[in-house]
Design a protein around this ligand. Structure first.
Ligand code: TQI
Ligand code: CA
Ligand code: ZN
Ligand code: ZN
Length: 173
């Protein structure tokens, strides 16, 4: 079953159109950005929320970036595996991904020619869909195939919202 953060934080009722931006120093390719677009679309399909990319990182509601190790928010990343990403509950909107993971998109490594074991591959879209759930105010679910279930097998792709995720987000929005 789905859960919320303590105090049930969520984006205010008069704010249904959310913006997002990528950290400028990350220099992300369109292939990477499209993965986030697809992940946001899954949540906007089941709510009245919309998500629009804007150029200004400063003024975006949701700020997305890849960082390595200590990146000055008190929650340092830990290199390959362990913590993959973290997102802060509304209305903070910070969405950070560990730049040292072996991220894959549709089964292919992001870093061209990067050689690594399938055991450490992490599917970017799966993590994005999960973290956006947190950004919207969802905690973890006890339903094993829900997006918000707190574990994901190595190399596993899990991107489809389940009923449990949909009921949870629809209770908030
Ligand atoms: N990051 C954790 C997560 O997003 C951070 C976290 C730990 C957390 N406890 C929490 C967030 C309690 C909110 C509430 O869950 S993670 C997965 C999954 C992670 C894990 O790097 O461990 C995904 C990030 F579900 F696969 F295990 C994304 Cl999809
Ligand atoms: Ca890590
Ligand atoms: Zn961070
Ligand atoms: Zn989580």
């Amino acid at each position: 079953h789905y859960s919320f953060f303590p105090g049930r934080p969520r984006w205010p009722a008069n704010k249904r159109d959310l913006t997002y931006a990528f950290a400028p120093q990350n220099g992300l390719t369109d292939d990477i950005k499209i993965v986030f677009t697809r992940a946001f679309d899954r949540w906007s399909e089941v709510t009245l929320l919309t998500f629009t990319e804007i150029a200004s990182y400063q003024s975006a509601d949701i700020k997305i970036g890849f960082f390595s190790g200590d990146h000055n928010d008190g929650e340092p990343f830990d290199g390959p595996m362990g913590t993959l990403a973290h997102a802060f509950s509304p209305p903070a909107g910070h969405f950070h991904l560990d730049g040292e993971e072996n991220w894959v998109i549709d089964g292919a490594p992001i870093v061209d020619g990067n050689f690594f074991s399938i055991l450490s591959a992490v599917d970017l879209e799966s993590v994005a869909v999960h973290e956006i759930g947190h950004l919207l105010g969802l905690g973890h679910s006890s339903v094993e195939d829900a997006i918000m279930y707190p574990t994901l097998g190595a190399g596993t792709r899990r991107v489809e919202l389940r009923n449990d995720d949909i009921l949870g987000v629809q209770e908030l929005y």
